[in-house]
Ligand binder design. Structure first.
Ligand code: GDP
Ligand code: MG
Length: 444
């Protein structure tokens, strides 16, 4: 996954305080591959990566996030932006009925969507009327009737054998029917073909002209990947639409189609279908799709948590102390506060589990003992401020007092002090090697 790749790219860069050009280029390369693998249109990928580089170069370095996290955050924000930013749903007509027309290729999921929409609209307090304006295939009307029955919605269809074979006439008549019977939303299901063709486009355009929809929705199968963009362009030119519905998101499509359509056509994606059942349907959420494309939802959660809980000022001071030449300015008190910030984000095992590249360490992570961390905290709490600042003053009698206060053995105190001094030494020499300022936790 992208998160593993990025982790590899950033190996050895942890704790680095700023994004170098080399970091940005390396990350951009990984993002590029990930987007192409998610089936995003090449032109869109190029533009996206160029924007991303610009933004990474100009962005202030965050105290709360390490470089990987910061880049992922930027990538995520850009994806959400392209996908439309805010959720957008149906704009209802001031005077009912609101007319929604569905257009798209055959098999895209229009008829199924008609049922899903009807069910959803009912749950929102509307009374929808389904309209069978697909008279192309013998079975189409019947299929819509079954769907309507499941959704508990009435279907307006030509009576068999009464001579109405004209989808445009049916669509037009349905509006009158809705007005008469007080349906407040009309959903017009139309015919699709396997490929784009003139007749199909013309018919859809004629139906559109006849019923002047408040929303014309272009329905597209997310599994068709790159083709989605060309199909969308053809429908935009031939019929014109207001919004997009992505279907079959339950398949393994990574959502590149969504990103491409949103970027190339510039129309909002309004709904997402993710199954054959009528309930497998939701308003489209750009942020969820972005994390699906990145395939790193956990990482995004961690970033959110880190930003919410991390005290940048405190972290910066601690890092400065740690990296200052004197060495032992960073005391156990600083350590305690860093640890507590980290804990605010959730259980340690969960936090470490969310860091990229930690996948291989699953077993150890599961064994991170919260009680052990509690014990460390208790020991540090039992120390005076002077002791926390300078562990060198911890003689035998002080250690005995601390152990007693914390309810642990003296050996536990010794252990903590030794491990702390070792860790501090290591971090200082690492900082010295990199010559940079410290980034602090998390991911130190
Ligand atoms: P239409 O030709 O555009 O009206 O497409 P249909 O509504 O008849 O759907 C074509 C096929 O796709 C049917 O077998 C549906 O059950 C199936 N389908 C529709 N939407 C979804 C979806 O979101 N997920 C999955 N897995 N199948 C879907
Ligand atoms: Mg259909």
């Amino acid at each position: 996954t992208l998160s593993d790749r990025l982790a590899a790219t950033f190996k050895g860069l942890r704790g680095k305080g700023r994004l170098t050009d080399a970091d940005i280029d390396a990350t951009a390369r990984e993002i590029r591959i990930a987007l192409l693998e998610a089936d995003v249109n090449l032109a869109v990928v190029k533009e996206f990566v160029a924007n991303l580089k610009d933004r990474c170069r100009s962005e202030e370095v965050s105290g709360a996030l390490n470089p990987t996290q910061q880049i992922i955050k930027i990538v995520n924000e850009e994806l959400v932006n392209i996908l439309g930013g805010e959720d957008r749903t149906i704009r209802y007509a001031k005077t009912p009925p609101t007319v929604i027309m569905l257009a798209g290729l055959q098999g895209a999921g229009k008829t199924t969507l008609a049922g899903k929409l009807a069910m959803w609209l009912k749950s929102e307090g509307h009374s929808p009327l389904l309209v069978a304006a697909d008279l192309q295939r013998p079975n189409a009307v019947n299929q819509l009737q079954i769907v309507g029955q499941r959704a508990g919605a009435h279907v307006f269809a030509p009576e068999p054998g009464n001579g109405i074979g004209d989808p445009i006439a049916v669509a037009r008549a349905s509006i009158l029917e809705a007005q008469r019977k007080l349906y407040d939303v009309v959903i017009v299901d139309t015919a699709g073909r396997l490929g784009i063709d003139e007749t199909l486009m013309q018919q859809a355009a004629d139906i559109k002209a006849a019923v002047t929809p408040d929303e014309t929705l272009f329905v597209v199968d997310a599994m068709i990947g790159q083709d989605a963009v060309n199909t969308a362009l053809a429908f935009e030119e031939g019929v014109g639409f207001d919004g997009v519905v992505l279907t079959k998101l339950d398949g393994d499509a990574r959502g590149g189609a969504a990103l491409s359509i949103a970027r190339v056509i510039g129309k909002p994606i309004m709904f997402a279908s993710n199954g054959e059942g009528l309930k497998d349907f939701d308003v489209f959420h750009p942020d969820r799709m972005a994390s699906r494309i990145l395939d790193m939802g956990d990482m995004l959660t961690l970033i959110e948590q880190a930003e919410k809980h991390f005290d940048q000022e405190q972290s910066r001071k601690a890092a400065e102390k740690l990296m200052s030449g004197k060495g032992n300015e960073f005391g156990l008190g600083d350590f305690l506060s860093q640890m507590q910030q980290l804990r605010k984000m959730g259980p340690m095992s969960k936090i470490f589990g969310m860091l990229p590249g930690m996948g291989q360490m699953k077993d150890q992570i599961a064994n991170i003992d919260e009680k052990e961390i509690d014990r460390i905290e208790a020991i540090i709490y039992s120390m005076t401020p002077a002791e926390r600042d300078d562990v060198a003053i911890l003689n035998g009698s002080r250690r005995a007092r601390i152990a007693k206060g914390a309810g642990v053995e003296v050996s536990d105190v010794n252990n903590l002090v030794n491990r702390f001094v070792e860790a501090r030494k290591m971090m200082q020499s690492m900082a010295g090697m990199m010559g940079g300022k410290g980034g602090g936790m998390p991911g130190m």
